[in-house]
Design a protein around this ligand. Structure first.
Ligand code: ADP
Ligand code: MG
Length: 197
């Protein structure tokens, strides 16, 4: 990971790294194996309240699996997931939490929201995501392959690579990065040992 990783204290309420309040979403050292495959190998990630985070990464890299952990459709083998101050792992009142979220959503997760759309419709989706953030202070996580969409909507971008958050920073930090893996991804280059799976 390029940015300094957050402290990995277990079983403690997450501390905010940026700003003054608790993060809306905190993922702590989450690992998940499916069959023989280690999909997530210790993911640490925070999303501040009202922030839009884009998660990028190669196909099959575990982005959708990570989102499924955030909504409780999958449970991690190891690690913790905190949503708005609640540790959601084996949570007995998940239904209650789901009901409160349905009534007044504070968080929206998108999995490839612009995939397969023409650029004009994609732009309207991006504007909708931005409006939700600006008008309602919605916290959003957008998994996308569409780098234009990521740069359009996100305050921060996280690059999931080989089961870990390899980079987490602002759009301009990502664009200015001299890291070869990141440059290859941004430019769609398959050289420099980026294995084709
Ligand atoms: N329910 C599942 N059963 C078996 N393998 C799965 C399941 N869900 C995801 N995987 C595997 O986990 C890996 C990551 O998948 P996914 O999160 O969908 O990737 P991404 O969204 O980054 O393209 C892939 O190798 C995929 O085949
Ligand atoms: Mg996916």
């Amino acid at each position: 990971m390029i940015e300094a990783p957050p402290s990995q204290k277990q079983s403690t309420k997450p501390q905010m790294l940026r700003g003054s309040s608790s993060p809306m979403i905190a993922v702590r050292s989450v690992a998940k194996r499916i069959g023989q495959q280690e999909i997530l190998r210790g993911v640490d990630l925070e999303v501040a309240t009202g922030e839009t985070l884009a998660i990028i990464g190669r196909s099959g890299g575990g982005k959708s699996v990570l989102l499924k952990h955030l909504v409780g459709l999958m449970t991690p083998d190891v690690g913790e997931i905190w949503i708005d101050g609640h540790n959601i792992i084996g949570m007995k009142k998940r239904v209650g939490l789901a009901r409160s979220i349905i009534r007044r959503p504070s968080c929206v997760l998108y999995d490839e929201p612009t995939s397969g759309l023409d650029p004009v419709v994609a732009d309207s989706i991006n504007r909708l995501i931005r409006r939700l953030q600006q008008r309602f202070g919605m916290t959003s996580v957008v998994v996308t392959h569409d780098m234009k969409s990521a740069f359009d909507v996100a305050n921060h971008i996280a690059y999931l690579h080989e089961g870990r958050i390899y980079f987490h920073g602002t759009s301009s930090q990502l664009q200015q990065s001299t890291d070869r893996l990141i440059q290859d991804f941004l430019l769609g280059r398959s050289e420099h040992g980026a294995a084709v799976s």
